[in-house]
Design a protein. Structure first.
Length: 249
């Protein structure tokens, strides 16, 4: 009887110690996660202040910007998703969507200094990856085509701008310092330092010069207009040659 009591006491003490250790580990993990979240939020707020001339203070950005709210919710949801808490993660992301109009799947990986400007209608898929210091405008989608399995969504490099209403569809790469113009539909890879324009999007290189890190969505090259201009010049040359031939006769 005494040995049985001693065994139960030992097991109770052991379970208590193990529970305490697990609690400490959990508290440490939560502390580290909270510290990282705070650091990420500070960088997100600073990025908005830098790129949005309408932002007047950190408090305004933190309390009133739906893009920042969606990012905070995503960073919490992503942490849960990475630890296998898929239902809780999805519940947070869907609640954030309800309040912000921005849908970011908890599985998406987002770097530092990400700015969602205005934000309404933005959709970011589960396997999307976004680098540092990127900007995305309202109505943009980082989605899939429905044909792929596994990696289905695009990978965005650093310092990339995705214009309003743009659709980037498929598991390909958008290079660093590139721009996707408003309402463009990108279906294939975009190299670094390029601009994608049109439906389907075509790449326009700025004579090999690095794309400036500005947010201008208006003064960007139009490849269709450029091609039409070249055709018009060619037709003008042919008409001139034809007129000379007629004069010689």
């Amino acid at each position: 009887m005494d040995s049985e009591i001693k065994r139960k006491i030992r097991n109770t003490v052991k379970n208590t110690v193990n529970g305490a250790k697990a609690g400490v580990k959990c508290a440490v993990a939560v502390g580290k996660g909270t510290k990282k979240l705070v650091a990420d939020v500070k960088e997100d707020v600073a990025a908005v202040r830098e790129r949005d001339p309408a932002a007047r203070s950190d408090a305004e950005v933190l309390l009133l910007y739906s893009g920042v709210h969606a990012l905070i919710a995503h960073r919490i949801a992503h942490g849960l998703h990475e630890n296998g808490h898929y239902f809780s993660a999805r519940a947070i992301s869907q609640t954030a969507k309800l309040f912000t109009g921005i849908e970011i799947h908890p599985g998406a990986k987002i770097g530092k200094g990400f700015v969602i400007d205005h934000g309404s209608g933005v959709v970011i898929g589960e396997t999307a990856e976004i680098g540092d210091n990127c900007t995305i405008y309202q109505g943009a989608t980082l989605g899939g085509t429905g044909k792929d399995v596994g990696k289905r969504h695009p990978t965005i490099g650093n310092n990339v701008m995705i214009g309003a209403g743009a659709k980037v569809l498929g598991p390909f790469y958008i290079g660093d310092n590139s721009k996707v113009a408003a309402n463009a539909v990108v279906l294939k890879e975009i190299p670094e330092n390029c601009t994608a324009v049109g439906i389907p999007a075509k790449v326009v290189r700025r004579e090999g010069v690095k794309v400036e890190s500005d947010l201008d969505q208006i003064h960007i090259p139009d490849p269709v207009a450029q091609q039409i201009k070249r055709l018009e010049e060619k037709i003008s040359e042919l008409e001139s040659e034809l007129a000379k031939i007629k004069d010689e006769k």
